[in-house]
Write a protein that binds this ligand. Sequence first.
Ligand SMILES: NC(=O)c1ccc[n+]([C@@H]2O[C@H](COP(=O)([O-])OP(=O)(O)OC[C@H]3O[C@@H](n4cnc5c(N)ncnc54)[C@H](OP(=O)(O)O)[C@@H]3O)[C@@H](O)[C@H]2O)c1
Length: 266
Amino acid sequence: MSGSVACNTKTVCVTGASGYIASWLVKFLLLRGYTVKATVRDPNDPKKVEHLVSLDGAKERLQLVKANLLEEGAFDSIVDGCDGVFHTASPFITGAKDPQTQLIEPAVKGTLNVLGSCAKFPSIKRVVLTSSIAAVAYTAKPLTPDVVVDETWYSDAEFCKESKTLAEEAAWSFAKEKGIDLVTINPAMVIGPLLQPTLNTSASQGQKYIPMLLMDGLTCAEDKPFSPTFQVSKEKAKSLGIDFIPLEVSLKETVDSLKEKKFIDF
Ligand SMILES: NC(=O)c1ccc[n+]([C@@H]2O[C@H](COP(=O)([O-])OP(=O)(O)OC[C@H]3O[C@@H](n4cnc5c(N)ncnc54)[C@H](OP(=O)(O)O)[C@@H]3O)[C@@H](O)[C@H]2O)c1
C-alpha cells in the first residue's frame, strides 16, 4: 500500500494496539483515513507506543487510550461513538502454570467485557474479533491432508479446552443475544515484518521455527514435495479481495525484519 492517506470520517477502536497484528491494523486504518482509538495497557511505555505514534496520520488521527481487558467497563467510554471495533487484545502467557485462571478465564472475561461495552453503543456497526484457528480446526475428526477446514467448522470446546475456542464461543453467544454484528478472523501462525520493537508471542515462535522451516524448505527442494497436514480454505478471504503473499516472500520478510531488529543473527 502506498503512503497516501485516503479520506474518511469514521472512527474505529483497536484493542491491544501495541500488538503485532494490531500495529499493522492501526497502520492500514490510518492510511485509509480512519480516526483510530487505540487501546494499550501502558501508554507511557515507549516500547509499546512509539511505533504507533510515528505512523503516517497518527499525529492527526490516532488517540492512545489506556485500558485493561480485565477491568469491567474499561472500554465503555472508548468505544462510545466508534463505528467499528477491532478486538485483538488477548492474554497470552507461555507455559502458564494454571491455564484455567491465567488464560481461559481472562480471555473469555476480556472478550465479553469488550463486547459488553460495544452492546451499549448503537453507533457501533460491526465488531471484528481476532480469534484463532484453534477455535475452528479441532474436533474429534482426524485432520488429514485431504481435509479442508473452512468457516463452517467449530472446534469442540470439550475436545479443545483452549482460551480462543472458549472466548469465541462466548463471543458468538453474547453477540447473538445482544444483536451485535460480529465477524471473527481465525488466523493460524501469522508471519511477516514486525512494526513494534519487541517480540510478540507469535514472532518469538517464528524466531524458533523459521530456521527450521528454512532448513525444511531446502530439504524439500532436494528430495520431497511439501505436504500439508491439513488444508485451510482461503475462499472466503479471497472473496473479500485479499491477495495472499506467497509463503517464501513472507518468510523472507519475517527473517529480514527479525535480523534488522537483531532478534536473530544468521
Ligand atoms: N500472531 C498470531 O500468529 C496469531 C495466531 C492466531 C490468533 N492470534 C490472535 O490474534 C490476536 C493478536 O495477536 P498478536 O500476535 O498480534 O498478539 P500480541 O502481539 O501478543 O498482542 C496482544 C496484545 O494483547 C494485549 N493484552 C494482553 N493482555 C491484555 C489485557 N489484560 N488487557 C489489555 N490488553 C491486553 C497486549 O497488550 P500489551 O502490549 O500491554 O502487553 C498486546 O498488545 C490475539 O487475540 C491472538 O490470540 C494471533
